[in-house]
Structures are given as C-alpha cells and as structure tokens.
Write a protein that binds this ligand. Sequence first.
Ligand code: RB5
Length: 161
Amino acid sequence: MYAIGNDHSAIELKNIIKQHLESRGIEVKDFGTNSPESCNYAEYGEKVARAVASGECERGICICGTGVGISIAANKVNGIRACVCSEPFSAKLSKQHNDSNILCFGARVVGTELAKMIVDAWLDAEFEGGRHQKRIDYLKEIEKSNYPAANKPARRCKKEQ
Ligand code: RB5
C-alpha cells in the first residue's frame, strides 16, 4: 500500500498519479486533500509521512505546488527521506542512493506525462545499499541526536548557569 497526499494546488495531478499507481497494481491510500479550498500542505505531508514511518504504508507520494513545502513537512517525521524530484533521473537516484521513502513533486512545476515518468523511474529503481547504507545510517544518527534536545529546558535561570 502506498500513501498519497497533496494540497489544494495538486488535486487533479494527485488523481492522475493515483490512477497511474493503480494501473501498475499498487494499492493507494489517499490522505487528501480532496477539497479545492486553500489548505496547509504541511498537514498532508505529515499524514503521508506518519503513515510511511509507522509502516502502515510502504512508501508515499506528496504533491503540492512546487513539492517543496510538502517535502519539508514530511522530512520532519523521523525515518522519512522525502525528495523533491522534477525529472526522472533524480527520482531514480533518490531511490538507488538515498532510499527515498517519499517522492515529492510540484503540480505547478511538472506536467502530467513528466510526473508519470518521474513516478515510474522511482518505482522501478531499487536501493543499492553498500556504501549508501552507511550514509542512511548516519541520517538515523542525526535523528537520534535530536531527542535529548527535546528534553532540555528551553531556558535556565541565572542560578543554574
Ligand atoms: C500553495 O499556494 C503553495 O504555496 C504550495 O502548494 C507549495 O508550493 C508550497 O511549497
């Protein structure tokens, strides 16, 4: 099962990509939005990211106007490697080298056919492991190093300094 999510600028492209995934035999869970009302891309990026990080969905696709905002939101969730790709080469390499688990692109940047090519390049690629695994492991270490900071008091009084 793949997760898909988008903001108001990308409903049409989301539906096309959803159909494209289904035509490849991939089951899709749509996290919205399906309303043309202006919304916050971060909410939908987070929903897709949490579904992928929890294992509910294998991987995900996020689309907003540029792909940028929704990728930033998705990357805030631990375990997520969301990549904005506006052409197939980066999409392929983002899987082979970075083990990207969320693919992002912009409905205001890429056309329908290019978007499908980007998706296909990403789906058809496999993570190569090897030297790239160490780098992914390092990314996980960075995430772990963020935990203690969350428990630190925001400010100390003068006596404690
Ligand atoms: C919405 O207008 C737009 O800001 C959003 O779709 C996206 O491009 C943000 O990165």
